[in-house]
Structures are given as structure tokens and as C-alpha cells.
Design a protein around this ligand. Structure first.
Ligand SMILES: C[S@@+](CC[C@H](N)C(=O)[O-])C[C@H]1O[C@@H](n2cnc3c(N)ncnc32)[C@H](O)[C@@H]1O
Length: 192
């Protein structure tokens, strides 16, 4: 199954609404920054993008799933920030949004498909404006209700940084974090 079809099916089966809350690591990282331009890769239903827009950021939010993007656009509208979020459909395996941004976020940008994720993250680093920030957040473990196979192992922050082969000349900060993961059997919102 191709990536767009896979994620469209996931989002069709889920609730269209959003918690309106970004991941805790995203909020902790972006909260203190001056609100300028932000790019979110794999925005899903727009929790992070809507929150960033509410903090005053001008956000470009990208996902492969057109279903997710339309849910995210509805959530941005409902939150009164539609004019601050631009949604773009990209399969990051093959295309990438144009421009540079003061903050680029890839939060839980995981997928069961075999795709060149490291290449997308390298492009993400290249899309950070001079003096800006890239934040990559990895799942700490598989959620009990997850789409992922039971033996899925997500990369550590160190493995992700290594895979990105960042040049020493990069004029941006790069932060890579991993959520604590889900305690066995826990349901509800993910922990930080
Ligand atoms: C696990 S969800 C995370 C959603 C959101 N960032 C969050 O933190 O809740 C992964 C998201 O990445 C998107 N995605 C997966 N592979 C992608 C690709 N190749 N190009 C663009 N988006 C992709 C999926 O559609 C999905 O919305």
C-alpha cells in the first residue's frame, strides 16, 4: 500500500477533532522562541501547527495524507488561526516544501513504509534559516494502539543525528529528542 493511502485510511478511521495540544517536547522547545516562520513535517491533524499559529508563528504544515491535511485545516479554522497556517501535501520521500524557516519541526515523523527518512531530515536541516532551529522528536516506544508492527523499534535521538550526517557548517541549531514512551497498557495522550 502506498504511503498516502496508508495514512489516509488511518485518519479516516480516527476522530476528526484534535486535542489542540502539541507534543510536550514541541511546546517546551518552541515556547520560549520568538514566533517567526515555522515548518511542520508530518503535521497530522494539526495539533502542533495550530498551537504554533496560536503562539503567533506563520506556519507551513506538510503531510502526505490529504485526509489529515483537510482535518488539520478544519482544526485551524475552528481555532481561528486559518490565516496563519498554510497546508501543503508532500510525500517527503519525493518532494519537499520550498523556502527556509526559522523553526522546522519533525515530530513523530514515522511511517511503516520503507522510505528515505534520513534524506527528508537532511532536507529539513537545509530548510532552516540561518540562526534558526530544527527539532526532531522520535517515539520512545510503540503505543499499544499503534499502526506500527509490534516489533517496531524507533531510532534513538543519537541514531537520528548520526543518520543525518549534518555538516559542521550548518548555521542552525539541531535538537533531537525521544519521548519517554508509553508505559505498557497505557491509553490516552502520549507522555512527553
Ligand atoms: C505518527 S504521525 C505524527 C503526527 C504528528 N506530527 C504528531 O506529532 O502527532 C506521522 C505523520 O507523518 C505523516 N507522514 C508519514 N510519512 C510521510 C511522508 N513520506 N511524507 C509526508 N508525511 C508523512 C503521516 O501522514 C502522519 O500524519
Amino acid at each position: 500500500m502506498n504511503t498516502e493511502t496508508f495514512w489516509n485510511d488511518i485518519y479516516r478511521q480516527g476522530s476528526p477533532t484534535t486535542s489542540g495540544r502539541p507534543g510536550l517536547i514541541v511546546a517546551q522547545f518552541a515556547g520560549p522562541l520568538a514566533s517567526r516562520t515555522a515548518l511542520e513535517l508530518g503535521c497530522g491533524k494539526g495539533d502542533g501547527a495550530v498551537w504554533l499559529a496560536r503562539q503567533g508563528w506563520a506556519v507551513t504544515a506538510v503531510d502526505v495524507s490529504t485526509v489529515a491535511l483537510s482535518l488539520a485545516a478544519g482544526n485551524a479554522e475552528a481555532a481561528g488561526v486559518a490565516e496563519r497556517v498554510r497546508f501543503e501535501a508532500h510525500d517527503l520521500a519525493t518532494s519537499f516544501p520550498a523556502g527556509t524557516f526559522d523553526l522546522v519541526v519533525a515530530s513523530f515523523l514515522h511511517s511503516p513504509q520503507d522510505w528515505p527518512r534520513a534524506e527528508a531530515l537532511i532536507r529539513a536541516a537545509g530548510a532552516v534559516a540561518r540562526g534558526g532551529h530544527l527539532l526532531v522528536v522520535e517515539h520512545g516506544s510503540r503505543a499499544p494502539w499503534s499502526w506500527s508492527a509490534e516489533d517496531t523499534r524507533f531510532p534513538t535521538a543519537e541514531e537520528t543525528v548520526e543518520a543525518m550526517r549534518l555538516p559542521l557548517t550548518l548555521g542552525a541549531s539541531v535538537a533531537c529528542a525521544r519521548s519517554r514512551g508509553w508505559p505498557r497498557g497505557r491509553m490516552g495522550n502520549p507522555p512527553p
